[in-house]
Ligand binder design. Structure first.
Ligand code: FAD
Ligand code: DLZ
Ligand code: SF4
Length: 511
């Protein structure tokens, strides 16, 4: 008899661990366990989402006639860990083989490599073929390259999967329409509402459980509107295609106060737990271009995120783990300020993005990158603490995708493997791409003093603080030229403002 373990982010009917299932004899094991729910203190909505999606998926498998062993979180005999639950199942049934698809995270994959010996049972770990580039494909692509730039990887993926191609070249003559994806928000922009599911009895039961057992975790549990089945996730995605994709390109980088979802798709959480598949989403978006639903800059921009960035960061993760978890190029040591948890800050951009993160377990890319991430970079926050925060606050967060985005993309803690220069910016960028500054105590145009936008002086302090590590970067030349032209008085003012700001954070004063 075979025991087939399905993890909480493996909710795909075509997962490799089920490929040759024997409906009569095999047992499918799924378990809600303390170790997975608390190795970081996940947002309440994320746990409710995973547990509800797991229960719905188990019900679908049971309907197909499979034998389910589903262990609920509040089962009094719950062993509290995946290995403990596998051991319990092996002890109870005549199991001659445990079959599982490779976990998405190094932590669990490493642990699993010891199960066979520890549990004295044959464990088969199958490859996860839901990604479009395997770890070995990526390693082959990376081999011998000096720089691992996403753009070149993406072009190969476009060719390999024949996406938006016109014979050998890209449709439209350009591979990348990024330059057309940077419109600032315009007044009166009509942002469609996002998909909303309503909790059924299963979700309601899970929400009660999360409210009881995870009350001290970050985030709001209600209202809960995520899709929890594949059918619902498809509806959510189709709504995106019909209502938002056409504007996705133009406003990809725009932020508007009170509009957490903008023209993004909100499918990251469904892709990452297996309810949606990357290729089907890419092909559906490509079809929307061919049938005239959306323009090329929008469709290419969206496809680049999934076929390019998503696969690329996963490749980097498996190429560089476990060392990637400990890199700290700038030797950044500052603790995460309390306002990342409470949103209690006068910096309106930070307050909005953290409040929305707390409410929705979601922030869109440019909020994560240019507001929350930019602050973490220029304030010199400790990569471990920043990674912990990003891992637990977002419903789509798993280490394989979170870590390269945080360590590589926002913190430049890998010294430039993922990006050619740090994404550091002053308040001018946020002012251009959002309307947050209009309702802020600080002024984006003021550079120093109590009313100055903290991003302004923190930016220059970051540049000066890390001169030894960044001056030689060819893409930073013009920045250091500006620094060289700065008067001593100006430099002193930047340093004084930065010192005052950091000391206020350290004493928990409101900044
Ligand atoms: P859309 O903007 O509609 O994009 C479509 C899809 O493209 C996303 O669902 C996602 O699957 C993929 N995608 C887009 N950008 C990236 C990227 N940089 N890396 C990988 N995939 C991408 N994404 C996660 O899935 N999990 C994370 O934990 C995560 N952490 C992030 C942390 C930081 C600091 C940053 C800057 C980005 C992070 N991202 C993460 C990437 C991106 O912000 C989210 O995928 C996106 O915001 C999810 O919302 P969406 O589905 O509306 O995406
Ligand atoms: C994210 C998550 C949570 C919150 N809980 C569970 C769980 O109880 N059981 C489970 O099998 N998976 C859970 N997951 C997803 C896992 O953390 C995810 O499969 C691993 O991190 C992949 O390495
Ligand atoms: Fe953010 Fe500065 Fe604008 Fe305030 S002024 S919202 S702190 S960028």
């Amino acid at each position: 008899m075979k025991l087939r373990l399905i993890l909480g982010d493996q909710l795909s009917h075509n997962i490799s661990s089920l490929s040759d299932v024997d409906t009569q004899n095999d047992i499918i094991l799924m378990c809600e366990v303390r170790s997975e729910a608390t190795y970081v203190k996940h947002h309440k909505k994320k746990i409710a989402f995973i547990f509800s999606a797991m229960r719905h998926f188990a019900a679908e498998l049971a309907e197909q006639g499979l034998n389910l062993r589903y262990v609920r979180y509040d089962d009094p005999d719950n062993a509290g860990s995946l290995s403990g639950e596998v051991a319990r199942a092996v002890g109870k049934h005549e199991i001659d083989e445990v079959i599982v698809t490779t976990p998405s995270e190094y932590r669990l994959s490493d642990d699993m490599s010891r199960w066979a010996q520890a549990l004295n049972v044959h464990v088969s770990i199958r490859s996860d073929d839901r990604f479009l580039s395997s770890a070995s494909d990526f390693a082959a692509w990376a081999d011998g390259r000096k720089q691992l730039r996403m753009e070149f990887f993406y072009r190969e993926m476009r060719r390999r999967y024949s996406i938006l191609m016109d014979q050998d070249g890209p449709i439209g003559g350009q591979w990348n329409y990024d330059a057309e994806n940077r419109k600032p928000p315009s007044n009166g922009l009509d942002v469609p509402t996002t998909y909303r599911a309503y909790p059924d009895a299963i979700t309601q039961e899970v929400m009660d459980l999360v409210g009881t057992h995870f009350a001290d975790h970050f985030g709001d549990l209600t209202p809960f509107h995520f899709a929890v089945t594949r059918d619902q996730a498809i509806v959510a995605f189709e709504e995106f295609i019909a209502r938002r994709l056409k504007m996705f390109g133009d406003y990809q980088d725009a932020m508007i106060q009170g509009e957490p979802w903008m023209f993004h798709s909100h499918i990251g959480l469904y892709l990452n737990c297996g309810l949606l598949e990357p290729l089907e989403c890419i092909q559906r978006a490509e079809a929307a271009y061919h049938n005239g639903t959306a323009p090329l800059n929008a469709v290419e921009g969206f496809i680049r995120q999934i076929l390019g960035w998503r696969e690329y960061v996963r490749g980097i993760y498996w190429l560089k783990m476990p060392d990637y978890k400990t890199v700290n190029f700038f030797d950044a040591q500052r603790s995460l300020p309390e306002f990342y948890w409470t949103a209690d800050t006068q910096m309106n951009c930070m307050r909005q993005c953290i409040t929305e993160t707390k409410q929705n377990a979601y922030a869109h890319h440019i909020q994560r990158l240019m507001v929350l991430g930019n602050f973490a970079l220029i304030a010199g926050l400790d990569p471990d603490e920043v990674n912990n925060w990003y891992m637990l606050v977002y419903a789509d967060a798993y280490e394989w995708v979170e870590l390269p985005n945080v360590t590589g993309m926002i913190l430049f803690a890998d010294g430039g493997l993922l990006g050619s220069k740090p994404y550091a910016a002053s308040g001018a960028y946020i002012n251009k791409m959002s309307n947050y500054c209009r309702s802020c105590k600080y002024k984006p145009t003021v550079k120093n003093g109590p009313t100055a936008c903290p991003f302004n002086y923190l930016y220059w302090d970051f540049i000066a603080r890390n001169e030894g590590k960044l001056r030689g970067n060819p893409r930073m030349g013009f920045v250091y030229k500006s620094l060289d032209r700065m008067s001593d008085e100006k430099r002193d003012a930047i340093q004084a403002d930065t010192r005052r700001f950091f000391s206020a954070i350290e004493t928990n004063e409101k900044v």
